[in-house]
Design a protein around this ligand. Structure first.
Ligand SMILES: [Zn+2]
Length: 191
């Protein structure tokens, strides 16, 4: 194994090769270089959690290299962003109302409904701005770790399930790792 993936140990015979000639995000093959994508995997256990960081050597072009630093947002994160924007709108509206600017009318009668709608609108605009530009496949990290299978006793990694936002990159990954995929040590899905 010729990768430095961080302070983790893998089961003997584990091998993992990342393609180097195709951008993991947009799929271009011109001016591609290998950069580091830092990916954290958190596992929640009965008495707390554990987190492992992987420095994945992911190939990218200059247009997509920034995406390697953007962690994908979970549904919970998106809900949190929407909630915070709605909260900010509510604060502004209530301050405005308390200054006596909206004694009557729909705004004054329904500050929370208006805030929720404004929060949704702002979030929609925010997510629209933060989306992939064609031909990119994602605004966020193009390689995801979906699942780690670890030995119960010492945490040695037995299998890693990855997902990719770019289909061409996934196919190149599958070609480079046929043996490990056949053995069940790796799996490659579309993100
Ligand atoms: Zn690219």
């Amino acid at each position: 194994m010729n990768l430095n993936l961080g302070p983790v140990s893998f089961v003997e015979g584990f091998s993992l090769q990342f393609p180097e000639d195709v951008c993991a995000n947009c799929g271009t093959r011109s001016e591609v270089f290998v950069a580091e994508q830092n990916t954290k995997v958190t596992r929640f256990l009965l008495l707390g959690g554990s987190e492992i960081s992987f420095a994945l050597p992911v190939s990218s072009c200059t247009h997509c290299v920034d995406s390697l630093h953007r962690r994908p947002l979970s549904l919970g994160n998106k809900a949190l962003i929407t909630g915070m924007m709605a909260g900010a709108c509510a604060t502004v509206l209530l301050m405005w109302a308390s200054m006596g600017s909206t004694k009557t009318g729909f705004l004054a009668d329904h500050p929370f409904l208006v805030s929720a709608l404004a929060g949704l609108g702002l979030s929609w605009a925010w997510f629209r701005r933060h989306r992939a530009q064609a031909p990119q496949s994602s605004y966020y990290q193009p390689v995801r770790i979906r699942r780690l299978k670890r030995q119960f006793v010492d945490g040695t990694i037995e299998a890693m399930h990855l997902a990719f936002t770019n289909k061409d990159y996934r196919l190149a990954f599958v070609r480079a790792n046929r043996e490990a995929i056949r053995k069940g040590q790796l799996a490659a899905a579309d993100a």
